[in-house]
Design a protein around this ligand. Structure first.
Ligand SMILES: NC(=O)c1ccc[n+]([C@@H]2O[C@H](COP(=O)([O-])OP(=O)(O)OC[C@H]3O[C@@H](n4cnc5c(N)ncnc54)[C@H](O)[C@@H]3O)[C@@H](O)[C@H]2O)c1
Length: 521
C-alpha cells in the first residue's frame, strides 16, 4: 500500500517536518497524524512508522548513514583516486576474473571526495524540450540537492520506501527553503507493485495535491519507482516534468536514462497468471537525472550485482555507443567497483550513462532497427543492425525467466540462492543465452562467451539455474515478449566485431539450445 507523506503547512521549511499517514488506495492522507521528523540514516518508510501511522507493509531494511559517512571522510581529507592505468585495447580477453575479489556483504559507501559532478546531455534530435540533463557524482543528491531545485511551485515526490532518510532529508529541506510545496507518495518497490493500480494511486495523490502541468514529479528510488513515476508523469495532465533520482545501480546506468516508462500487466489467473513486463508504457524523457553513488552504500549486495549485469551488457556492445573499451574497463576495475568506491562508481555510472545516451539519442523510439538504418548500411534477412534495440541484448531471454518461481542457483561462494530472480539476474542469464545464440548463428568466438560467463560470476551473478520449466513452456513465454512479431520473438545477437544484430528468424530448436545452456540439472 503506498503511504503518503505530507508537508505540515504550519512548520518552517528548515525544520522539515512531515505529517505522515498511510493512505487508502487512491486517496491522499489528509492530516490527523502526528508530525514526524525525517531521520537521517533511516529509510523513508521509517518516518511513517515513527509517526504512529497505521501499520503498513513497508519493509525495514538495515540502513547506512550516508551523510555521516560523507562528513567523516570529508574530514579525513581524502583525495581523488590516482589516474587509472591504460585500459587494454582488446575487450574481455585481457581481463582476469580471478583477480577480482568477491563481495558478499554490504558495505557503506566510502567517504565522498572532491570529485566535480559530471553532466551528460541526452539530446533528442529536433526536440530540445525532450532532452535530459544527467548529473553524476558523489554527493549530488546527498549533499548538494541544488540540482533538483527547478523553478516549480509544487512537487510530488514518488519515493521508494527503502531509500535511507539521509539521502532525501537535504532535498526536503531545500524544497521548503525555496518555498516549494511538496508531498511524498511512498512506494514499496516490487514487480507486482509496478502496476496500473499503483500508478492510479499515485495519479490520485497528484490530483488531490492539486499538482498542475507546470509542477513536477521527483522520483527517488530504483527502476520500479523511476519507471512507474515516469509513466505517471507522462500521462498526468497530459504530461508533466519529471526529475529522476535513481538510487540503485541499475536505475542509474539504465532505467532512468532514455525516457522509457512503464508498468507491468498481469494476465491469467492463479497458477496460470503471468506478469508481462512493461507491457503498458510511454516514452517520456526526464528533465533531469541525478545519480549520486553515495546512495548506493545501502543497496543490498544482490541488488548491486544486478546493476552490474546491465553495465556488462553495455560493455559487450560498447562499440554501439562509442566506447569499445567499456567492457575491459569494467573487468579491470571490478574489484574497486565491488568495494563501491565512490570515485570508481562515479566513473562507472558516467561511462554507462554516456554509452546509453549515445545509443538513445540516435534512435529514441527504437525505430531504426526496423528500417535497418545505421551508418547508411542495409540489412540482411538474417540479422539487421539494431539501433536502440541493441540495448535489449539478452532481454528477450531475460523477460521469459524473470517472473518464474522455483528457480535456484549457487553463487561463486557456493551458497544456494533461491528465486524469484531480480531483473539484473535475469539479464545475466539472458546475456549467457544471447552469447550462445551469437556463437551458433553469428560466429562469435566461444572464448568470448566463456569469459562473459566468468565475468558475470565474478560480479556475483547467476549464469546457470535449476528449476527451469520445460522447453515448450519457455518457448511459449518467449513468444509473449512484447517485441515479438508475427514471425516470433526477436533477439539481439553479438557479432564478432562488437556490433549488435537484430535477429527475427531464430528457429525454435536454436532457442531451445540457448535456453538449455543455462539449465543446471
Ligand atoms: N526504463 C528502462 O529503460 C528500464 C531499463 C532497465 C530496467 N528497467 C526496470 O527497472 C526495474 C528494476 O530496477 P531496480 O533493479 O532498480 O529494482 P527496484 O526498483 O525493485 O529496486 C531494487 C530494491 O532495492 C531497494 N532500494 C532502492 N534503492 C535503495 C537504496 N539506495 N538502498 C537500499 N535499498 C534500495 C528497492 O526498494 C527494492 O527493494 C525493472 O522493473 C525493470 O523493468 C527499466
Amino acid at each position: 500500500m503506498p503511504t503518503t507523506l505530507r508537508k505540515s503547512p504550519s512548520k518552517s521549511a528548515s525544520k522539515a517536518r512531515v505529517a505522515v499517514k498511510a493512505s487508502k488506495p487512491g486517496k491522499v492522507a489528509s492530516g490527523g497524524a502526528k508530525p514526524a521528523k525525517l531521520m537521517p540514516g533511516k529509510p523513508a518508510a521509517r518516518a511513517a512508522r515513527s509517526a504512529k501511522a497505521p501499520k503498513s507493509s513497508l519493509a525495514q531494511p538495515s540502513s547506512v548513514s550516508i551523510a555521516r559517512a560523507a562528513t567523516k571522510s570529508a574530514r579525513a581529507g581524502l583525495t581523488p583516486a590516482p589516474a587509472r592505468p591504460a585500459v587494454p585495447a582488446t575487450p574481455i580477453t585481457r581481463w582476469a576474473p580471478e583477480s577480482a575479489p568477491r563481495q558478499t556483504t554490504v558495505k557503506p559507501a566510502r567517504a565522498p571526495v572532491s570529485v566535480k559532478p559530471t553532466t551528460v546531455h541526452l539530446k533528442v534530435p529536433g526536440d530540445a524540450a525532450r532532452s535530459s540533463e544527467i548529473i553524476i557524482g558523489p554527493g549530488t543528491l546527498v549533499n548538494a540537492p541544488d540540482h533538483l531545485l527547478a523553478p516549480r511551485s509544487a512537487v510530488l515526490i514518488v519515493i521508494d520506501s527503502n531509500v535511507p532518510g539521509a539521502a532525501i532529508e537535504p532535498l526536503i529541506k531545500r524544497l521548503g527553503t525555496a518555498g516549494v510545496r511538496w508531498q511524498a507518495s511512498v512506494i514499496t518497490a516490487s514487480e507486482p507493485a509496478k502496476s496500473l493500480a499503483t500508478a492510479e494511486r499515485v495519479l490520485a495523490d497528484a490530483a488531490a495535491f492539486n499538482l498542475t502541468r507546470h509542477d513536477a514529479i521527483i522520483a527517488i528510488g530504483g527502476g520500479v519507482v523511476t519507471d512507474l513515476a515516469g509513466f505517471v508523469a507522462s500521462i498526468y495532465a497530459r504530461g508533466i516534468s519529471i526529475i529522476s533520482c535513481p538510487t540503485t545501480l541499475l536505475a542509474m546506468v539504465d532505467a532512468s536514462v532514455g525516457g522509457k516508462t512503464g508498468v507491468n500487466i498481469s494476465i491469467g489467473r492463479g497458477q496460470h497468471s503471468e506478469l508481462l513486463k512493461n507491457m503498458a508504457g510511454t516514452f517520456h524523457q526526464p528533465r533531469r537525472v541525478v545519480c549520486d553513488p553515495l546512495v548506493l552504500g545501502s543497496l543490498p549486495a544482490r541488488q548491486f550485482a544486478a546493476g552490474l549485469a546491465e553495465c556488462i551488457k553495455h560493455g559487450l556492445i560498447g562499440a554501439e555507443g562509442g566506447d569499445r573499451k567499456l567492457l575491459a574497463w569494467i573487468g579491470a576495475n571490478l574489484a574497486e567497483i565491488l568495494k563501491r568506491s565512490p570515485e570508481v562508481l562515479g566513473e562507472l555510472i558516467t561511462r554507462n550513462v554516456k554509452f546509453k545516451a549515445t545509443v538513445v539519442a540516435r534512435d529514441e523510439r527504437e525505430t531504426k532497427a526496423d528500417l535497418g538504418v545505421k551508418g547508411g548500411r542495409g540489412v540482411t534477412s538474417r540479422a539487421s543492425l539494431a539501433g536502440r534495440m541493441a540495448l535489449n541484448l539478452g532481454h528477450t531471454f531475460a523477460h521469459s525467466f524473470e517472473t518464474l518461481d522455483g528457480l535456484s542457483w549457487r553463487n561463486a561462494d557456493g551458497a544456494l540462492q533461491a528465486g524469484p530472480l531480480l531483473h539484473g539476474e535475469a539479464v545475466a542469464l539472458g546475456l549467457r543465452c544471447a552469447a550462445e545464440l551469437s556463437v551458433r548463428t553469428l560466429g562469435l568466438s566461444k572464448s568470448v562467451a566463456e569469459q562473459l560467463e566468468q565475468m558475470l560470476t565474478a560480479a556475483g551473478l547467476p549464469t546457470r539455474v535449476s528449476g527451469l520449466p520445460d522447453d515448450a513452456t519457455l518457448l511459449r513465454r518467449l513468444s509473449h515478449d512484447k517485441k515479438a512479431t508475427n514471425r516470433g520473438p526477436r533477439f539481439i545477437g553479438l557479432a564478432p566485431d562488437g556490433s549488435a544484430k537484430l535477429m527475427s528468424t531464430v528457429t525454435q530448436s536454436t532457442m531451445a539450445v540457448c535456453v538449455d545452456s543455462i539449465r543446471e540439472p
